[in-house]
Design a binder for this molecule. Structure first.
Ligand code: PMP
Length: 358
């Protein structure tokens, strides 16, 4: 049996570990960059009526016309640009990889970066290249430009702000990369709700640029909805790979309703940003903690004995993300998602006790 499996399943897939999601049962969950706030009661009531009335005996609208129209206006998608929807932006990364993979096709990104870029390159049998960030997690533009010239990648993925570092890369450097690239460049703006910058308005200037967004960090992670926007001449090909009914009827209806109340989600994002400022300064004030700047809904920080601190936090009921030793730049690094004020206070109290015991 195992030799049959070895013969049939590709070695790159056998070598992979499945994306690991730790159990957060009973823990304060500050590991996955979710919005800690639920929707307000009036909106939950409207949504429950919509869900009850949904015609689940029918397939959903394959083109999600109403949802796309609502997204177009709320997110200010530039005129002339199309939208492609995915079951989370993860699915969109996969669609792009499937459309561009051919023998020798390369996917280029930076590390530390979003883990799914590497995994999806393996799923699609693309060659994966990553350029290390500098020690302050800024972009090594010269190294990137050199790699682009040498490797001639098919696609470049860059998260803006970046995960797990939380920073925005230099806009000029990114523009230089887009201009110098014979590749398709996808700017992944998953954390845009917490940053003040976007590449959306640059779409008309660069024919090789696409921008990706998600509703996951805005408070709708459970719905699974990501979107890609850009020139219809690109998107028409990705549409062929998108499975016909990838966005279910409940997601379409609930996301449309929630986006019609976009101000509610924006207010929550604003509160998360306020909480980020408080958490950032209190965390930085702890002995021996180095905090990295963040334009996202999480903070990367370095602390002595990070792995032990992570474990002790779990034991005391708090789940964050341990990045210690996952990359040479992430030695002793942990990542905490911004929670509610109460959750952040609990986290701070617990971690400061642990540091003081050290
Ligand atoms: N891009 C980045 C940079 C991310 O960090 C994440 C989620 N952690 C995603 C995309 C995926 O988001 P989703 O599939 O929930 O839309």
């Amino acid at each position: 049996m195992s030799s049959l499996i070895d013969k049939i399943i590709r070695p790159e897939i056998r070598a992979l570990s499945a994306y690991h999601v730790p159990s957060a049962r009973g823990l304060i969950k500050l590991d996955a960059m979710e919005n800690p706030y639920t929707l307000p009661p009036f909106l939950r009531e409207e949504i429950s009526r919509i869900v009850v009335g949904a015609e689940v005996n029918r397939y959903p609208d394959p083109h999600a016309v109403d949802l796309k129209q609502t997204l177009r206006t709320t997110l200010s998608i530039p005129a002339g640009m199309d939208i492609l929807l995915g079951n989370g932006s993860d699915e969109i990364i996969q669609i792009i990889a499937l459309a561009t993979a051919r023998p020798g096709a390369k996917l280029l990104t930076v590390e530390p970066g979003f883990a799914m870029f590497r995994m999806i390159a393996a799923f699609a049998d693309m060659e994966y290249f990553s350029i290390p960030l500098l020690s302050d997690f800024s972009l090594d533009a010269d190294h990137m430009l050199d790699a682009i010239a040498r490797h001639q990648p098919a696609v470049i993925f860059l998260a803006y702000p970046n995960n797990p570092s939380g920073n925005l890369f230099d806009t000029e450097a990114l523009c230089q990369i887009i201009e110098a690239s014979p590749a398709l460049v996808v700017i992944d703006e998953a954390y845009h709700p917490f940053a003040d910058k976007t590449f959306l308005d640059k779409l008309p200037d660069y024919p090789n640029l696409l921008v990706m967004r998600t509703l996951s960090k805005l408070g709708l992670a459970g719905l699974r909805l990501g979107l890609l926007t850009g020139n219809p001449e690109w998107l028409v090909h990705f549409e062929k790979i998108r499975l016909p009914y990838n966005i279910g009827i409940i997601t379409q209806l609930v996301a449309t309703k929630a986006m019609q109340h976009f101000a509610v989600l924006q207010q929550q994002a604003y509160e998360i940003k306020q909480n980020r400022t408080v958490l950032m300064s209190k965390l930085a004030a702890l002995d021996g903690v180095e905090v990295f700047p963040s334009d996202a809904n999480f903070i990367l920080f370095r602390v002595n004995h990070a792995s032990e601190i992570f474990q002790a936090l779990v034991q005391q009921g708090i789940l964050i993300k341990n990045l210690d030793n996952t990359h040479f730049l992430l030695k002793n690094c942990l990542r905490v998602t911004i929670g509610t004020m109460d959750e952040n206070t609990q986290f701070l109290k617990t971690i400061s006790n642990l540091i003081n015991q050290d």
